[in-house]
Design a protein around this ligand. Structure first.
Ligand code: GDP
Length: 296
């Protein structure tokens, strides 16, 4: 188990009297612990720096309240700032566009994109009573197309039949056309990933976007991503332009610092989190819970 931030700050700050204001020196000592806690939670270094500066500004000179200990006060300032930076809770997938609304899923291979495509489709179908079509644009791995087809069979959601030899952009255009003809409300495009970001991947994503005019572009990322989170989120946002984030494997035992890194770098909302392999294991994002977890 990690020592909580409260414990660490207690020993540094609780020697202070319950009077006066937090000094620059108190705050600097506290921020070293905050920095350690955030790095242990896998928050990316550049985000840790920006975050601790924001906390420094709020904390230096803050009156120490009589009712709480200085350590608790710093923890509260840190916690509030984390919640603010993590963004709002319950930001829904925006379907406010003429049908069929196109939702494009992007991310690295293995991030949970196909599973999340199935989960989101299932949620829109069962909760919101939408007619959904899923299409796999991964022409490099036939197994990916088969995986999506099986999820369709399992959930009872339509999948676009596979036509051999088509390019990802051809499939995207065909999916939109099929959704129009089929009276679908939403079409979800499950794009191909790579093991790492490269130029061909970004060009393919941009081309699919141009052809299918998605209303939502959701970056699916593993919550256990460490220092790469910033690079990943920044690249997809700058090159493709994402509208939101979905973090998978929040059921894992990591502390989910990637949530803060990706949100801080893109400013885009974390719309949903994946909490398991099953289709029902998709939840709303609660910034307070994630802040608690990051602080340990
Ligand atoms: P893709 O390559 O991005 O399409 O990734 P997949 O959807 O195939 O997922 C890769 C693996 O991660 C599969 O074994 C999934 O069952 C698993 N997975 C996806 N989302 C979650 C999640 O939220 N929690 C857990 N524990 N496993 C997940």
């Amino acid at each position: 188990m990690f020592e909580t931030l409260q414990d660490r700050l207690g020993s540094i700050l609780n020697g202070l009297t319950g009077r006066g204001a937090l000094s620059e020196a108190d705050v600097s000592a506290a921020l070293r612990e905050v920095r350690r806690a955030l790095l242990e939670a896998d928050v990316a270094l550049e985000v840790v720096r920006a975050f601790t500066e924001a906390v420094r500004e709020k904390a230096v000179g803050a009156e120490i309240l009589k009712s709480i200990k200085p350590g608790q006060m710093v923890v509260k300032i840190v916690h509030d700032e984390l919640v603010a930076m993590l963004g709002s809770e319950g930001v829904a997938i925006d379907l406010n566009a003429p049908a069929p609304v196109v939702v494009m899923m992007v991310g690295l291979q293995g991030s949970g994109k196909t599973t999340t495509t199935g989960k989101i489709a299932n949620r829109l179908a069962t909760r919101d009573k939408k007619k959904v079509l899923m299409a796999s644009l991964d022409t490099r791995r036939p197994a990916a197309q088969e995986q999506l087809r099986q999820l369709g069979v399992q959930t009872g959601i339509d999948t676009l039949p596979v036509v051999a030899g088509q390019s990802p952009t051809d499939i995207a255009a065909r999916a939109v056309q099929a959704a129009k003809l089929g009276g679908h409300d939403v079409v979800i495009l499950d794009t191909a990933g790579r093991t790492h970001i490269d130029e061909p991947l970004m060009m393919e994503m941009a081309e699919i976007k141009r052809k299918s005019n998605p209303h939502e572009i959701l970056l699916v990322a593993d919550a256990l991503t460490g220092q790469d989170a910033v690079n990943l989120a920044r690249n997809f946002d700058e090159r493709v332009g994402i509208t939101g984030l979905v973090l998978t494997r929040m059921d894992g035992d990591g502390r989910g610092g990637a949530a803060l890194s990706m949100r801080a770098v893109t400013g885009k909302p974390i719309k949903l989190i994946g909490t398991g392999e099953k289709m029902g294991e998709l939840e709303e994002f609660h910034p307070r819970r994630v802040a608690d977890r990051i602080l340990g």
